[in-house]
Design a protein around this ligand. Structure first.
Ligand code: M6R
Length: 369
C-alpha cells in the first residue's frame, strides 16, 4: 500500500528518517552501542586482522561508506568487494578474516554464494540484512538486521541509509571492543548518529520541492556526472546508479581527485555535474580541494549542482544550483548527501514519464547469477 504517495519509492524516501532511527533503536545504552545480537563475539572482533565487505549494487556502496568509518574507529583494514568478483578469484581469507555481507533482500544469489564460499574457507561471516529470516542471514554466523521496513520499489533507498547506520553501529562496537576507540569519542559519534533522522527530515522539508523542480527542468538531459571525495565518493556512485536504473540515462560517479587523470575530458559546455562538497569545518583539508575542482569544471562550461552544508558560501560563486544539507560530522555526511540524489533520480524518472517503482529489465531481488 502506497499510503497516498505517488509511488513506493516516494513513500520509501519519506521513510529514510525512520529507517535510520529504527536501526539504531534498542542498540544504544548509556550513550554506548550495545548490539545484543553480537554478544559473545568480543574474542572474534579482537582477533580479526581484516574485514571484507561483500555486496552488490547499492548495498556495495553502503559498504564503501562503511569502510571509511570502520577503519577509522576499529583500526582494522576493510576491503569492499562485489560478491560476484570475490567468488571467482582465489581470495586470501582465513579464520582471522571477518566477512560482512550486506543485502536488503537477503536473497541475492551472488552475495549468498560468496558468503558460503568464504565460510567454507574458514572465515567468520556476519550478515547485515533487512529481511527477517532470509537465506543469507541463515547462512551466516551472526546477523545484524537493518530495520528499514519492507522495501518495495526496485531502487533501494531507505535500506541504503539503514545499511550505513548498521555498519556505523558495528564500527563503533568493534572499535570499543578492540580498544581503538575511547568511550567519550564513541558517545559523541552515537549522538551524531542519533541526530541524523531529524536532519534527513529537514532535507525532505526544505529541499524536496526544489530538487523535483530541478529534475523537471532537466528532463531532456542525456548524461549526468557525479563527483565526491572520501565518503562522498561512494555517494557519487550511488547517485549515478540510481539515475541509470530509474531515468535510463548515462550517469557516472567519480572520485573528484581522479578527474584530472581522465574524466575531465568529458566536461563540455552544459554538462551537468553534481558535486558532493565536504564540510568546510569538518573536512578543512578536502573542502578547498573540492571547491577548486568545481572551479576547474565550471571554467570548462560544466553546469554545477553542489550538495553543500548549510552556510557554506565558498561554493556560491561557482555553482549553478546549491542543494543544502544540515551540518554533520564528516563521516555522517553521506547519510544526508544521498537524500537529494534519491529525490533527484525519482524526479527525473517521473519527469520522463517512466515507471519509478518498476524500471525496465530489473528485479527487486536478483536470485540468479
Ligand atoms: O537485496 P540486495 O541488497 O542484496 O540487492 C543488491 C542490489 O541488487 C541492489 O542494491 C540494486 O543495486 C538496487 N536496485 C539499486 O537501487
Amino acid at each position: 500500500d502506497k499510503g497516498g504517495w505517488s509511488s513506493f519509492m516516494a513513500k520509501e524516501i519519506s521513510e529514510e528518517p525512520e529507517a535510520v532511527a529504527n536501526t539504531i533503536r534498542g542498540r544504544v545504552k548509556d550513550g554506548q552501542v550495545v548490539i545484543p545480537e553480537l554478544d559473545g563475539l568480543d574474542e572474534l572482533f579482537s582477533g580479526i586482522t581484516r574485514v571484507i565487505i561483500i555486496a552488490c549494487g547499492t548495498a556495495a556502496y553502503a559498504g564503501q561508506v562503511g569502510k571509511y568509518a570502520i577503519e577509522q574507529w576499529a583500526r582494522v583494514p576493510v576491503d569492499v568487494e562485489l560478491a560476484h568478483e570475490f567468488r571467482y578469484r582465489d581470495p586470501v581469507i582465513g579464520d582471522d578474516t571477518l566477512i560482512v555481507s550486506i543485502s536488503q533482500s537477503g536473497e541475492t544469489m551472488d552475495t549468498l554464494m560468496a558468503v558460503k564460499y568464504a565460510r567454507e574457507r574458514g572465515a567468520k561471516t556476519l550478515s547485515i540484512c533487512n529481511t527477517q529470516g532470509a537465506t543469507i542471514p541463515r547462512e551466516s554466523d551472526a546477523i545484524v538486521y537493518t530495520h528499514a521496513g519492507p522495501e518495495v520499489a526496485v531502487a533501494s533507498t531507505k535500506a541504503f541509509v539503514a545499511q550505513i547506520t548498521a555498519l556505523y553501529l558495528l564500527g563503533l562496537h568493534v572499535g570499543r571492543v578492540r580498544g581503538s576507540l575511547g568511550a567519550t569519542e564513541a558517545a559523541q559519534h552515537v549522538l551524531e548518529l542519533e541526530s541524523i533522522p531529524d536532519k534527513i527530515r529537514q532535507i525532505l522539508e526544505d529541499e524536496q520541492g526544489h530538487i523535483e523542480q530541478l529534475a523537471h527542468w532537466m528532463a531532456d538531459t542525456r548524461s549526468v556526472l557525479f563527483l565526491g571525495r572520501h565518503v562522498g565518493y561512494p555517494i557519487a556512485m550511488e547517485g549515478a546508479l540510481k539515475l541509470k536504473e530509474l531515468a535510463y540515462i548515462h550517469a557516472e560517479g567519480f572520485a573528484a581527485g581522479e578527474l584530472k587523470h581522465g574524466p575531465i575530458a568529458l566536461i563540455e559546455p552544459g554538462q551537468p555535474v553534481f558535486v558532493i562538497v565536504p564540510s568546510p569545518r569538518g573536512s578543512a583539508v578536502l573542502h578547498p580541494k573540492v571547491v577548486s575542482t568545481i572551479e576547474e569544471i565550471r571554467a570548462r562550461g560544466a553546469r554545477v549542482i553542489a550538495i553543500a552544508e548549510a552556510g557554506d558560501a565558498a561554493v556560491l560563486p561557482y555553482a549553478d544550483e546549491v542543494l543544502r544539507i544540515p551540518l554533520a560530522g564528516p563521516l555522517f555526511e553521506p547519510l544526508l548527501a544521498v537524500v537529494p540524489l534519491h529525490i533527484y533520480a525519482m524526479g527525473l524518472s517521473t519527469a520522463k514519464g517512466l515507471d519509478v517503482d518498476q524500471p525496465r529489465n530489473l528485479a527487486k531481488s536478483v536470485t540468479v547469477e
